[in-house]
Design a protein. Structure first.
Length: 246
């Protein structure tokens, strides 16, 4: 057989017939689907009745498609909002004053707590994408916000943040302060945090709350007397009934 010989005629006819059969089947399915009771006809009727049916009475598949579309739109908006918030936070944090974290610039009693915190942050912020000055500023903002918001709102989540912030600060003081004065410095930090907690945890009550239902007015007692007449012989029934009547 020579190369590049054309395909026999029988094979071409068979391929053409198969393509025609597939097209005919697809056309028959399309026609049947749009007839009354067909799949596409029913879906179109569901879409047409949806505005008048409302959310509760519309078809379930329309609810699913609408929910997926709304969820995807919300995710896109949330993704864009997160990017905007992150960029804004980055600009705010990079605009804060450059605090010399490693220098012990605090004085007085506050220096006993603040200087160890500065030293700890400076020693453990080398590999972060933000500077130690920014970390220290965030540390101060978190503590101040938790103190004020806990005093005003009495929110348990904010109070938990204040508690974690105070315990972390005490741990920094204990870790960074030299051994000779570590105990005294930690005690001062605990005392200062305890005094500040009186404001941050204002109104905190650890006792469980007991809710009792109080009814107004005196309780009403309903008495339903019941008379039980024992069974008597036939001869004594009339006499017993007469005695009960008296």
């Amino acid at each position: 057989m020579a190369l590049n010989e054309p395909t026999p005629t029988a094979d071409n006819d068979r391929t053409t017939k198969q393509n025609k059969d597939r097209f005919a089947d697809a056309r028959a399915w399309w026609t049947k689907a749009w007839e009354e009771g067909g799949t596409l006809h029913d879906m179109w009727e569901d879409v047409r009745r949806a505005p008048d049916a409302g959310w509760h009475d519309m078809a379930s598949w329309i609810k699913a498609v609408a929910s997926i579309a709304v969820f995807s739109f919300v995710v896109l908006l949330f993704n864009g909002a997160v990017d905007v918030l992150l960029n804004a936070t980055h600009h705010i944090l990079t605009a804060v004053p450059n605090v010399q974290v490693g220098d012990n610039t605090s004085t007085g009693v506050w220096a006993t707590i603040d200087n160890p915190v500065r030293s700890y942050i400076a020693a453990h912020s080398a590999g972060l994408p933000i500077s130690a000055s920014t970390v220290y500023t965030l540390w101060q903002i978190t503590g101040l916000f938790s103190l004020i918001a806990g005093f005003i709102t009495r929110n348990n989540g904010i109070r938990l943040t204040w508690t974690c912030w105070g315990l972390a600060g005490i741990a920094m003081v204990w870790t960074t302060t030299p051994d000779a004065s570590r105990t005294v410095a930690t005690a001062i930090a605990v005392l200062a945090w305890t005094v500040a907690s009186a404001f941050a945890m204002r109104g905190l009550n650890l006792r469980p709350r007991v809710f009792s239902h109080v009814t107004t007015g005196a309780p009403q007692i309903t008495v339903q007397p019941q008379i039980h007449i024992p069974a008597q012989p036939d001869g004594g029934t009339a006499d017993n009934v007469r005695q009960l009547g008296h």
